[in-house]
Design a protein around this ligand. Sequence first.
Ligand code: ADP
Length: 190
Amino acid sequence: MRLVLVGPPGAGKGTQAQFLAEHFSIPHISTGDIFRANLKAGTDLGKQAQTFMDRGELVPDSVTNEMVKDRLTHDDVANGFILDGFPRNVAQAEVLRAILAEKKTPLQAVLEFSAPDTEIIARLLQRAEIEKRVDDQEDVIKRRLEVYAEQTAPIISFYRNEGLLISVSAVGDIKDITASAISALSRVAQ
Ligand code: ADP
């Protein structure tokens, strides 16, 4: 299963990605997690990403695309992967399509998690209390939602046009959401 997850920050992509990764026995690749791990380890990549992440902006494509391209060369993606947080704009979606076309392993589905803005903001503020992520401050959250609407939401029609889009509501019980995602994906060729 080669899968991309898309949805606004706070939609629960990370949580659902973990369950889906377990279900399909494939790796969960979160670009946000990779950036945060690099930040923590003080690598060059982490330093390059930090100013953008702190402001809620996208890390430049030149940095992000290379990182993903490299990650997709690892042996563990032989049976598929779940990409969470990538692509985040149409240019990244085009790069991903090219990388996968070259390997002759195109995407099989793009799962969109949708939730109303009010729900999203409430969840992100609650997460800020618990996780103390720098980018969960209210003004940064606002910027991340703007960036999502302006830059990331257009990939939804991109993937709808490619016939890959599946939408699932991200509101409700976590287990029910996983179940609807798995049932929607079972209709996709594997
Ligand atoms: P969210 O909860 O907003 O989905 P993530 O953990 O996916 O957060 O990402 C956190 C931050 O990492 C983003 O705001 C952005 O700065 C950076 N980032 C993650 N993925 C990408 C990407 N594909 N392109 C550019 N920047 C990214």
